[in-house]
Design a protein around this ligand. Structure first.
Ligand SMILES: *Cc1c(COP(=O)(O)O)cnc(C)c1O
Length: 385
């Protein structure tokens, strides 16, 4: 196997030297005044990124801990919940909701499409018993997005709470928590922020806290508890458990870089790289996985593979022969994903992904025109300069 030269996977993505240096800072006592100050500063930076004045909870243990903790905290037995499904993370949320005692309603579309906000509006009007809507802003395995800017206000206008998985959304696409009226949002650091895997960034509105506190089944004195974070840390200044000191420094460093660049500039960079990748895919004669460009994610380009090759086989070949790590379909279908996420949403990165994928498909006997793909990608890149 050749050495790994490029990580173009859909999270964890690469971290910059500055982020890596921060991860290597001295490990201190978590009540050291310097660490306490760093933790508070980091919360404020997360709020800035999310464009919110809501409370911020930083949990360690991956974005999933935030998603599960939030779902468990919000759902009480018998509560009617509408779950929007356009990929594997949305589908998984539905299994959880049922498990936690919710009466599950779902709007589900094919994993290469997006749920229509008008369908959500219609469903909520027909089912006033629904108290919570769960959705995924950027369904990473499908490489598609949901229109949170429309769904959020539809829910808020009806007094319905929202739980939004924006793990691969924030930093790579517009995400306006307060303007869109979103109640609980969860992100990770290892996607568009280029930070370490191992922290969950959670925003919680006043209405969501009220609902959690009224829920007897919400986790308390538990690793999954959001309420503990509110009562012990936000109100009492005492950590429920020891935060990962190193991950917090890494998180602050990657937030600093995004905020110094500007959130809008970071988003534009992701869209620019997505344009390069899409042109390359089409130039090679391959098809994009998303049904249309307007629902294609900015952080990852999903490519539909010819039936004759399997996504794991392709991912393995690309890594072994060209030292490039791409992502496979992760349950969404026979597709391969070139991510342009965090630091890899720049310059030639997507072109490298196109070249390595294209030549691998040729190696595997597929009629792909690598040269045309690279040319098309470069032409878009050239016009961006
Ligand atoms: C990455 C990701 C998560 C978190 O999954 P992990 O396996 O814990 O990294 C959740 N939702 C979405 C949409 C993601 O992209």
């Amino acid at each position: 196997m050749v050495q790994l030269d490029f990580t173009l996977s859909a999270g964890p993505t690469v971290a910059t030297p500055r982020t890596l240096a921060a991860l290597g800072m001295p490990i201190t006592y978590h009540y050291d005044p310097d660490f306490l100050e760093a933790f508070r500063r980091t919360e404020r930076k997360v709020a800035e990124l999310f464009r919110t004045t809501n409370d911020i909870v930083l949990m360690q243990g991956e974005a999933i801990v935030g998603l599960e903790g939030a779902a468990r905290s919000l759902v009480s037995p018998g509560m009617h919940v509408l779950n929007l499904v356009q990929g594997v993370f949305g589908k998984g949320m539905g299994y959880w909701l049922t498990d936690f005692g919710a009466v599950l309603h779902e709007i589900e579309v094919a994993y290469n499409e997006a749920v229509d906000p008008a369908a959500v509006e219609e469903y909520l009007d027909a089912h006033p018993e629904i108290e919570l809507v769960t959705l995924v802003a950027s369904e990473t395995p499908s490489g598609t997005v949901t229109d949170v800017s429309r769904i959020g206000p539809i829910c808020r206008a009806r007094g319905v709470l929202t739980l939004v998985d924006t793990v691969s959304g924030v930093g790579g696409m517009e995400f306006l928590t307060d303007e869109w009226g979103l109640d609980v949002c969860v992100a990770g650091a290892q996607k568009c922020l280029g930070g370490p895997p191992g922290v969950a960034l959670v925003t919680v509105s006043a209405g969501a806290w009220q609902s959690m506190l009224a829920n007897e089944r919400a986790p308390r004195s538990s690793y999954l508890s959001l309420i503990d974070w509110k009562t012990k840390w936000l109100e009492g200044g005492v950590f429920p458990y020891t935060p990962s000191v190193s991950d917090m420094h890494g998180l602050e460093a990657c937030l600093d870089q995004v905020l110094e660049e500007g959130v809008d500039a970071s988003i534009a960079r992701h869209f620019a790289s997505a344009d390069v990748a899409r042109a390359g895919v089409r130039g090679m004669g391959l098809e994009l996985w998303p049904a249309s460009d307007d629902i294609a994610a900015s952080c990852v380009t999903s490519v539909r593979l010819p039936d004759a090759v399997d996504h794991i086989e392709v991912r393995t070949h690309v890594r072994e022969h060209y030292g490039v790590m791409l992502s496979s379909g992760q349950g969404a279908g026979n597709l391969i994903r070139i991510a342009h996420m965090g630091p890899t949403a720049s310059g030639l990165h997507p072109v490298v992904g196109i070249a390595a994928l294209g030549r691998s498909l040729v190696d595997l006997g597929q009629p792909v025109n690598v040269g045309d793909g690279v040319e098309a990608a470069l032409a878009v890149l050239s016009n961006q300069q």
